[in-house]
Ligand binder design. Structure first.
Ligand code: ADP
Ligand code: MG
Length: 273
């Protein structure tokens, strides 16, 4: 929960349809989190976000929404804020710290890179202001009638081994969790492992260690070993998330940066039934 900042979203879609309504997404402040005796917290934002999306008949959650849910389930995500104009983006970038990543936030653009909607490694205010314009321009070129909520200003997570945690609601087996390494390992080599939820920590560990590419996570040449326990925790928290939120049809944390100490989700997608 430590990597979290306040974000406020007013979806253009919502404003058009119901001008009196605003959608607000924010980090649960400390006083919003009610710890139970065993240390679990009451979920404030997850149910609200899912209900709001359902009200809007929107199946794909925005990255901001998906990451807010992840954070509530103790899945580490990078710092982010939503900007509505270049000036706001530049101010937020100063607060977050450079380098910065900018991303399009639109209910009509799910694969952001395909739309020229991701800019990484922006080093100063001018880069961010120009980047903001560029991203909006690219989004309009990609889909002229795309509803644009804003641009997400993000902390740039240091490069590392990229892993993926996914979940899918299988018609036969129910909520099923997936783990693999990013890029060609998933797309080309299909080197992924699945387990039916709920998962134990042992299940999660097996999903990792039984990958063909596991040696890459266990320290290879110049790459230090990844923090396997941090990945186990993420997998278990995803299992808990999809078990507690049966309306989630698909979840995709792609990529998660796996570090020698800890891990960080830099992109999250959640699709509802
Ligand atoms: P897409 O919707 O295209 O999957 P992503 O958010 O995954 O968009 O961004 C594309 C790529 O940019 C990621 O795979 C990752 O390599 C890089 N990236 C995205 N966000 C960050 C970030 N906050 N820090 C570092 N790299 C990032
Ligand atoms: Mg992605």
């Amino acid at each position: 929960m430590s990597h979290y900042t306040v974000v406020l979203i007013c979806t253009t879609e919502l404003q058009e349809e119901k001008p009196q309504q605003k959608q607000t997404i924010f980090k649960p402040k400390d006083h919003d989190i009610h710890k139970h005796a065993e240390g679990r917290m009451t979920l404030n934002q997850t149910a609200k976000i899912i209900n709001q999306a359902k009200k809007e008949c929107r199946k794909t959650l925005l990255e901001t929404e998906a990451k807010t849910i992840c954070a509530e389930y103790d899945i580490p995500v990078n710092k982010f804020q939503l900007a509505k104009n270049e000036k706001e983006a530049a101010t937020q970038a100063d607060q977050i710290g450079y380098p910065i990543v900018l991303k399009i936030v639109s209910p009509d653009i799910s694969h952001k890179s395909d739309a020229g909607g991701v800019l990484v490694n922006l080093k100063n205010q001018a880069d961010v202001a120009n980047g903001y314009k560029k991203i909006i321009e690219n989004a309009k070129k990609y889909k002229a009638d795309a509803k644009i909520v804003g641009v997400l200003v993000q902390e740039m997570a240091p490069q590392s081994t990229e892993v993926i945690v996914g979940a899918i609601k299988d018609p036969q087996f129910g909520q099923t969790v997936m783990f693999g390494l990013g890029g060609i390992f998933v797309e080309l080599l299909k080197d992924v492992n699945f387990r039916v939820a709920p998962l134990t920590a042992e299940d999660a560990k097996e999903m990792i260690t039984q990958l063909k590419a596991y040696p890459l996570l266990n320290g290879y040449r110049n790459t230090p070993p990844a923090d396997i326990d941090a990945l186990v925790t993420i997998i278990c928290n995803v299992s808990r998330l999809v078990m507690e939120q049966p309306e989630i049809k698909e979840l995709d944390l792609n990529p998660i940066m796996a570090y020698p100490k800890g891990a960080k989700t830099v992109d999250a997608r959640i699709i509802l039934e």
